[in-house]
Design a binder for this molecule. Structure first.
Ligand SMILES: [Ca+2]
Length: 252
């Protein structure tokens, strides 16, 4: 994609978010939604972020995406979402920017939900190259009440270090471990080891990418408490989630 087209996408915010539910396995209730950027201009939004990261518009794209996701979640907030959480993705190189927290505070100013309903998912890529500034901004965000997650744990080389250094509230284990979990002893052992770490350090554990019932049942038997994946919910447009939440609120 040409630079002009990317600028058009960013300047005119030609994107929206889909929301994917995370489920608590004990109560089978939704604990929150991850906001996932979608745009007609890029089939795979990962490629958009990858390309933007090579330009000086990366921070701007991330900020606009966060602002829009927070606005959308604000529209969702009703009785049934009172305690639900919004999960947003942030790249470490943007999170360490001096102005990041100032902007986030601005975006939160007129919202109906609290900072402790916002989970900031930190993609583990190049976390360890930025660990000192990250530690600083993460501790400021925690003081303000925001929750921190390390995303895609087990995918890259530095995610275990990131968990130890940043002491997140949530660990999200990469979908690789959920895929065919039921038939892989080794995947079960890997998941179990991180689940145990989380239990012993008061960290919430999320397994991403659950797609079949057998893997869900195995996850439950290993002690996984929160899951995300197509089996339980696909990412859906805001309007669909809004209807669902309204219905839930009315049913109570
Ligand atoms: Ca994520």
């Amino acid at each position: 994609m040409s630079k002009a087209k990317m600028n058009d996408l960013i300047d005119n915010e030609k994107f929206e978010h889909y929301f994917q539910a995370l489920y608590d396995l004990e109560s089978l209730s939704i604990i929150g939604y991850e906001a996932l950027l979608r745009t007609k201009l890029y089939k795979n939004p990962e490629i958009l972020f990858e390309q933007a990261s090579q330009t000086d518009r990366f921070f701007d794209l991330e900020l606009r995406s966060i602002r829009k996701a927070l606005q959308a979640f604000n529209e969702l907030v009703c009785r049934s979402t009172d305690e639900k959480k919004l999960l947003i993705n942030v790249f470490p190189s943007n999170l360490i920017q001096e102005k990041f927290i100032t902007y986030l505070d601005q975006y939160m100013a007129d919202k109906k939900f609290r900072p402790d309903q916002v989970i900031i998912e930190i993609n583990e890529s190049d976390v360890m190259n930025n660990v000192i500034p990250l530690l600083h901004n993460v501790s400021v965000l925690k003081e303000k009440g925001f929750l921190i997650a390390i995303d895609d744990v087990g995918k890259g080389v530095s995610s275990l270090q990131a968990i130890v250094e940043l002491q997140p509230d949530f660990v999200k284990m990469d979908r690789y471990f959920a895929h065919q979990l039921a038939s892989s002893n080794r995947k079960q052992e890997m998941v179990r080891s991180i689940v145990t770490y989380c239990l012993n350090t008061e960290t919430e554990f999320v397994l991403e990418g659950i797609e079949i019932l057998e893997d869900l049942e195995m996850a439950k038997s290993i002690g996984v408490s929160i899951v995300q994946g197509f089996l339980l919910a696909e990412p859906k447009p805001l309007d669909t989630i809004k209807c669902f939440e309204k219905k839930m609120a009315n049913d109570f």
